[in-house]
Design a protein around this ligand. Sequence first.
Ligand code: DMJ
Length: 592
Amino acid sequence: MPFVKSKIVSLTLIILGLVFLFSFYHRSQGGSYFPLIPATKPSVPPSENSDYVWAHVPQSYPVRELSRLPQSIPKSIPIIQHSFPHESREERKVRIARLDTVKGNFTHAWQGYKTHAWGSDEVAPLSGRAQNPFGGWAATLVDALDSLWIMGLKDEFEDALQQVEKLDFTSCSLEELNVFETTIRYLGGLLAAYDVSGQKYPVLLRKAVEVGQMLYVAFDTPNRMPITRWRFHDALKGVPQEAGDGVLVAEIGSLTLEFTRLSQLTNDDRYFDAIQRIMNEFDSQQDQTKLPGMWPVVVNARTLNFHEYSGFTIGGMADSLYEYLPKQHILLGGGSQQYRKLYRDAMVPMKEHIFFRPMTKGADVLFPGDVSSDGQTPLSELHTEAKAQHLSCFAGGMVALGAKVFDLPEDLDVARKLVNGCLWGYETGRLGIMPEIIRTVACEDTHNCVWDEDRWHHEVNQAFPDDNGSVEDKIKTRRLAPGITKIDDGRYILRPEAIESVFVLYRITGDRSLAEKAWVMFETIVKHTITDIAHAGLNDCTVDDPPKQDRMESFWMAETLKYFYLIFADPHIVSLDEYVLNTEAHPLRRTV
Ligand code: DMJ
C-alpha cells in the first residue's frame, strides 16, 4: 500500500508540475495571465430593460473564450493612507470653514447647471446656454453625482437620480462618440455614485450596465480592439466596424478600471475580458518600442502594432494609460501581477528620460517632459523637451500611489518633487495658476543645478528668434517668470491634475503644508473663475484680467472641486484604502 500511495503522490506532483510548466510557457508566449473560460454562458446583467437595443445588437466577432476576473488576494495591498493624528479644536474650525467654502462653490455651480441646463451635458457659465458635447446624456449631472453624495447633498442627489432614470443611451447628440470620455465620465460616474451611496440605488447600476452594453458593441471588431472614435448610429445599424489605425494610447489604454468594476458588480466577465485583451497587447509590446518600457502616444489598433511611433509623453493623449496601471492592480486586489510588471517597467524610462529638473531660483522640483526618438531601433537617440503640461501634473499622485502599493519607498521622494513642480508652476504663474503648457530650461545635472541667468536669457532668445528687442523686453512682454522660456498655451480650463496630486500625496503623507498650499490654490482659482452662473475656464491666465471662456467642463465638479473638498474633509471619507479613483475622480469601491 505505501508503494501505491507514493506512486499516486509522485504522479500528482508530475501532473501539477506539467500544469505549472504549461501555464508558465503559455504566459511567456504572450498568453493570458487570467483563466480563460468558454464564452458560451455569459451571466445575465441586471438590466430590467429586456428590450434594450444595445443588449441585442448581434456580435459579428463573438468572443470564444473569456478571460475571467482573477481572485483578489486579501491583504496583498499595503495600507495606503497616512494615519492622521487627532486635530486640535482650532485646526478643526479652520478645516471645516474651508470645507464649507468649497461646498458653497460646488453648490453655486450646481445651481447654475440646474437652472440653465438641467439634463444637458454642460451649462455655459457666461451666457447660460445649454451645450451637448458628450452625447447629450447630462454629462455634468452624471459626472457630479458622487460629489453630491460625498458633500452630503442627498436631496440634490436623489433629485438627480430621476434624471438618470430618463437617460436614453439609444439616441445620441453626436455622430461620433468618444468611447474613452463616455467610459470615464458616464460609466465611471454611474458606478462610483452606486458605490459611494452604499449600493442602495439600483438605478445607478442598471444605467451603468446600459452604458456598458452600449460600449461593448464598440469592441465588436475582427481583433476585438475597440473603436475609440465611434460612429454611434452606424454601430446601432450593425454596420461592420474595424479598430482605428492611429489611436491615442490614453483612449484605448485606460478603460480598465470602469470595465473591471462593471464586471465585479455584475459577475459578467465580458467587460473585463474586453479590456484585458487590450492590456495584453500593451504588455507583449512593452519592450519593443523606441523607448522600451513606455508606449508611443499613437498605436495602430487595426494591425496591433503598438510600438512603431516615435513620440512619448505622460501628458495629454497618453496620461491615464500610465495612471491606471497601479490603480488596476489595486482594483484587482493584487489578484494579478501583470499590472505591477507594466508599471515597474514603465517607471524605468520615465525616471530616466521623461522626468526632468527645471532650472529654478532654488526649487528642487521635477516635471514630466515629452520625449521623441529619432526612429532607430533598438538604439534610438532620444530627445527630452523641457515642456510641462498641466495635464501631466497627475504624475505626482501616480508615483506616490505606486510607491505605496508596490513598496517602492524611494519613489516617494520623486513623487514629492513632481508635486512640488506643479506647485512651482502655480506659484510662479502670473495669477497663481499654472497655465496649460509652459516651457522651461532643463538642468544639465539633476543633482547639481544652479541658477544661470545667462542660460535662461539665451533660451528665451531662442524661443523667440524673430522678436526684435532685448531679452528683458521679451521676458516682460511675455510675462515670463524666472526659469520659464515660453508659455505655449496660457489657458486654465478648470483642470484638476495639480490638486489631484496634492490630494493623493496629502492622504499618503499627512503633510499639512500640502493642505495649506491647496487652500491658496483654491482661493486663487475661484477668485478668477467664478461667474454669476457657475465657474468659467480662463482663456489666458498669464494676464492680470484674464478673459473667461463660456465653458465649464464637467470635470470641474467631478474632479477639481471634489479633490479640494476631500483635502479638507475627514480623511476617512473616500479613503484610499477603500476606493480607487478613476481618471475622472470617480471612487470605485475596492473589493478587499
Ligand atoms: C479629465 O477628463 C480626466 O482627468 C482625463 O484623464 C484628462 N483630462 C480631464 C481633466 O483635465
